[in-house]
Every structure is written in C-alpha cells, then in structure tokens.
Design a protein around this ligand. Structure first.
Ligand code: PGA
Ligand code: ZN
Length: 419
C-alpha cells in the first residue's frame, strides 16, 4: 500500500507579517494532502532564542529551502514529525538554527504536520497529540493594554496588561469577556488618558499615555465591571517583559514613563506589591532574563499568582530544566519559533506539565493571519493561550478555537486556571 503521507514537495515564498515585515511561508505536499504554514516574529526577543533567519535573511532562507531542505525532506513520511524535525536540525547543523533560521525550520515543521493532518483528514491538534482523551480547550489570556517595545514613547513600561476570565461555560464566553474588557477599557481610557487617540500597539492592545500603575488601575476597573455584567470572574495579569527596561550596565530597571530607576530589590518589591494589591493572577517575566534566583524568590512570595518565564526560558529544554530545579516559575511561555520546531516546543510543554508548571502557548508581536497556534495550544495540553484580543492576526487564533469548540467541544472541556 502506498503511504499517502510521504512528502512530495516543499515550497517557500516570502509573505508579510502583521508589522509588515517579511517572513517565510511554506507549503508541504504529501501524496494525499498538503499543508501551509508561516512563521511569526518577536520584537521583545529573548537573548537566547534561536536565530530567525540565515545571515542573508528571508531570501537566503527561501533559497536554502529550495537547494537543501526540499531534497532532504522529499521521500520522508510527514507522519513522523520527530524525523522531519531531526532532519531539519541535521541540515542546519548548529545549536541555534543559525544557518537555516529557526523561523524557516518552524514554518517547514508546522506545514509538514499540517500536511500529515490533511492527508488523514483529521484536525492538526489531533495529528500532533496522538492521544486525544485528556485534551482541553485553553482559556484565552488576552492583551488589552500595552507598552514597552510594542508601543511608542509615553506608554507604560510594562509590555502587556492581560485579562483571563474564570468561571465561563465555554471558550466563546471566555473570549467574549476579553473582548468586552478591551471595549470597556477603550471608553475608560478616553476619560483617563490625556490625548488618547484610540491608538494601539503591535498586538492590538490599547497604547495610552499612562503610568504603569494607572494603567493597571484602569484595566482592573474594566475587568471588574465586565465581571459583574457577565457573571464571570475576569482576572488581571501582566507581562512585565523586564529585560526590555533592565540596564545591565548600571544594574537598574529604567522606568522611562515614570522617569525613575529602581534597583533589583526595589523593583522586586514593587512587582510583589502590585501582585498583592491588584490580586494578579499572572505575571510574566517580572525580572530580567538572567535572574533565575530573583524569579525563584518572587515565585516563593507570590503564592496564588502564576509566575511565568518567557525570555527566561525561551522554550528551551535546558533553560526549563534549570528553572524547574530552582523553582524559578510556575508557568512557562511556549513559543515554537523560539526553538525552531514543533517537536522541540512539544517537548518543552511536556516537560513543563510533567513538572507541575503551566505551559502557555503564545503568539508573537509580529503574527501572520493563521490559526495554527490554536491547534498547538490544544495538542500541547496548554490550559492557557496568549494570542491577543483584537487585530485580524489575533482574532484568527480565537476564531479557530471557536471552530474547534463547535466541532469537538464535547470531547474537549474548557481548561481552568488551576489545571
Ligand atoms: P515578542 O513579545 O513577540 O515581541 O517577543 C511577546 C512577549 O514578550 O510575550
Ligand atoms: Zn513575554
């Protein structure tokens, strides 16, 4: 019998992401199906992420796909994700995908998985998860107000103010709660933020001229109002993205919007106070990416609030192992293009779950209009997905989860913050 999942061709083209930057899109054809996928890009990147593209950029990536990747992948079985991904590592031959580019590898890896799924006529999440009995629909953790590297001068130093609704009966309701908070917050900001033009940052979150804590107050108020109206509990979180305002030379955090600097201890106390005062459910990258010890201290003190590593772990097995050993966090961001392949990301998510950490599937600030991340979140067993609230490229992921809920919702209960 012919194996319909054998790869027949791997083609690439250059497309644009939501920031208008060039990125790579890959199409993989098998005997019996096809898959298409593209890679996103970060702006507040972790220092230890893999390289996105070869030294010659996206054009070199496309050329390499034609000259070295396609000849090696044609004939492989797309059902064997591990082999496809190992082959990508072999072709690259470096520790950090610096020859091929992690984004190149990721687009191929994902397109190949999609091609296998389409050949079998199953959804991508089922193809990747294999065993589907314990899967859940993730809760959406949505960015409603943003600053840092995703917005202009005058916006808060903290990169993302996030909300997540507890006590919802469906994914749809949980997403609607985030949409409602985003809307309500827009109105509040018209009253509270001087010169507010309804401008948004790279991830579709409001980007007002407001201090860090004033922004937190506004988000908390919007979350409270929506909680009361919808009969759910909308909790608030932050992605501090602390590396982006850490001055490694002077060893201080530079709060530009407040025109002040805080030493490591002061900054930590400040974050802890915000966690307690605003009963935050989630804080990502509260400290700079090298400070595992500081993360561990905060995790110990901030009981009841998820402390999550993004730049800290960069979805890397080794970094995550160190974090687990030091009890540096209770959650980890899973961004497949930080490591380059679907298998590497899946392995990181598994390691996290096995060690009691919450894996969270995440978009990047520069996204494409695909919904694949929704499937990865389900397949990886992530109780949370961080993929924004508004903007076509963000809504694409949410809409895909609505489709999954409609088609498979009976078998996929909604996750909770505690799972
Ligand atoms: P990035 O930021 O995609 O711009 O790197 C997202 C994040 O820090 O979570
Ligand atoms: Zn982050």
């Amino acid at each position: 019998m012919t194996t319909l999942t054998i790869i027949q061709s791997v083609k690439a083209r250059i497309i644009f992401n939501s920031r208008g930057e060039e990125t790579v899109e890959v199409e993989v054809k098998t005997l019996g199906g096809s898959g298409r996928a593209s890679a996103p890009a970060g702006k507040s990147k972790g220092k230890y992420e893999v390289a996105y593209f070869p030294p010659g950029g996206v054009r070199e990536a496309v050329e390499k796909l034609r000259s070295t990747v396609e000849p090696r992948l044609v004939g492989l079985d797309a059902d064997n994700q591990k082999l496809v991904d190992e082959t990508l590592h072999e072709i690259d031959g470096t520790e950090n995908f610096s020859r091929l580019g992690g984004n190149t590898a990721y687009a191929v890896s994902l397109a190949s998985a999609q091609a296998a799924a389409s050949t079998h006529g199953v959804p991508l999440f089922a193809q990747l998860a294999g065993e589907t009995s314990n899967l859940r629909l993730p809760l959406p953790l949505g960015n409603v107000l943003g600053g840092g590297k995703h917005a202009g001068k005058g916006a808060p130093d903290f990169q993302e103010y996030l909300t997540v609704a507890e006590g919802c009966g469906s994914f749809r309701q949980a997403y609607e709660a985030n949409l409602q908070v985003h809307r309500r917050l827009g109105k509040l900001l018209e009253e509270r933020a001087p010169g507010f033009t309804r401008g948004k940052g790279d991830e579709g979150a409001w980007a007002p001229r407001l201090g860090n804590e004033e922004a937190l107050e506004a988000v908390s108020k919007a979350a409270e109002e929506v909680s009361g109206e919808m009969g759910v509990k909308v909790r608030v979180g932050l992605d501090v993205a602390a590396s982006s305002f850490w001055d490694s030379r002077s060893k201080v955090y530079r709060y530009e919007s407040e025109r002040r600097t805080l030493g490591r201890e002061e900054h930590m106390d400040h974050v802890l106070r915000l966690i307690q005062e605003y009963r935050l459910a989630y804080v990502e990258d509260p400290l700079e990416e090298e400070d595992f010890q500081g993360f561990a201290e905060l995790t110990e003190k901030a009981k009841g609030c998820l402390i999550c590593g993004d730049d800290l772990f960069v979805t890397s097995r080794e970094k995550l192992e160190e974090g687990i050993r030091l009890k540096a966090a209770t959650a980890v961001i899973i961004k497949p293009n930080q490591v380059g392949t679907v298998s590497d990301a899946l392995e990181a998510a598994k390691l996290a779950r096995g060690s009691g950490l919450v894996p969270i599937a995440s978009h990047r600030s520069g996204e494409t209009c695909e919904g694949h991340l929704a499937h990865l979140a389900v397949a990886f067993g992530c109780p949370l997905i961080k993929a924004g609230v508004l903007g076509g490229e963000r809504v694409a992921k949410m809409n895909e989860l609505l489709r999954i809920e409609e088609n498979y919702g009976r078998a996929l209960p909604l996750a909770s913050l505690k799972t």
